[in-house]
Design a protein around this ligand. Sequence first.
Ligand code: AMP
Length: 372
Amino acid sequence: MKKLDPAIEPGATIGILGAGQLGRMLALAGARLGLKSHIYAPDAGEPAFDVAVRSTVAAYEDEAALARFAENVDVITYEFENIPAATAAFLAQRCPVHPAPLALEKTQDRLIEKRFLNELGVATAGFAPIDSAEAIGPALTSFSGSGILKTRRFGYDGKGQAMIRDTAAGTEAFASFGEVPAIIEAVVPFAREISAIGARGPDGSFRAYDICENSHANHILSRTEAPARIKASTAERAAEIAKRIADALDYVGVIAVEMFVVDGAKGEELIVNEIAPRVHNSGHWTIDGAATSQFEQHVRAISGWPLGSTARRGRIVMDNLIGDEVCRWREILQEEGACLHLYGKSELRDGRKMGHVTRVYADGTIYADGTN
Ligand code: AMP
């Protein structure tokens, strides 16, 4: 191990695995605090490379490149959870990796993740492992005839996911996923979707942001609003769940926990959908809407620096700019107080996250639709 003391100084270099917009915003936040970034990712031309001091374009299995990378950086983090476990383990022998590889192990596979949550006493949707087409019928029966088939690994933005209402549709979806290991989840009749985002430092300190509320379009996050329209006691429980998960993983960095809020017989119930062991799209509002952004907070945590205030600056609405929505950039720039973020992606594709815009309103603002 290169360093025993987790604290690093300004001027040090953060190694970031992955070169998408999350890596880009991490590198920008690090730069503000006098830190350099070295991005490691398999494909050139991705957005984070434009803002990094150093870059390595190499496969996650390339041990010679990984060893050189670990030698050149002071701490390593990642912007997405599908880093191969062997890569994280290889790097962790050479340099501090935060969050530690245990967080990847528990969150890369939906079955392992749900069992981990249940062992912590955290509620999830009912689920059943699906290793063969024969398992689909009995699982559907146990969930009153319908469910959501999800691949255990590599799913995102609704990919590797299908709503199924009978065994034939389930068998077809399972085949279309290549019969890879999957689960079926009971359909949760949720009233809202929320995220609890917090950060844990190496000393166990924990700071949560106000709970935010998410809306999706075509399985992709389209809007996040903060605060979520939930009871204060529900928000407290949501933050406590995020802390419980972070403590159990001895986690260092920002963690996001996506949850469903169900209006149950006993009031608002929380059901965890999934854990993101990283900064998260539903936390982008913190750049303009909180005292410390989730990106800066992550950088502080992995550097062993004090965590910053998570105080919210007002009522926040963050809209993703997906596909050609980004073409409105000029109009958004003309709007008083709209905070535009463009990810510098060279190619515009349908469904691709190209940027986001955050609007911060004074608390108590009445929105155009009459709500406040
Ligand atoms: P995921 O990829 O697991 O984050 O799921 C993407 C979206 O699908 C979620 O944000 C929900 O809107 C919906 N979804 C996923 N799982 C369930 C479930 N068990 N019940 C109801 N809706 C779900």
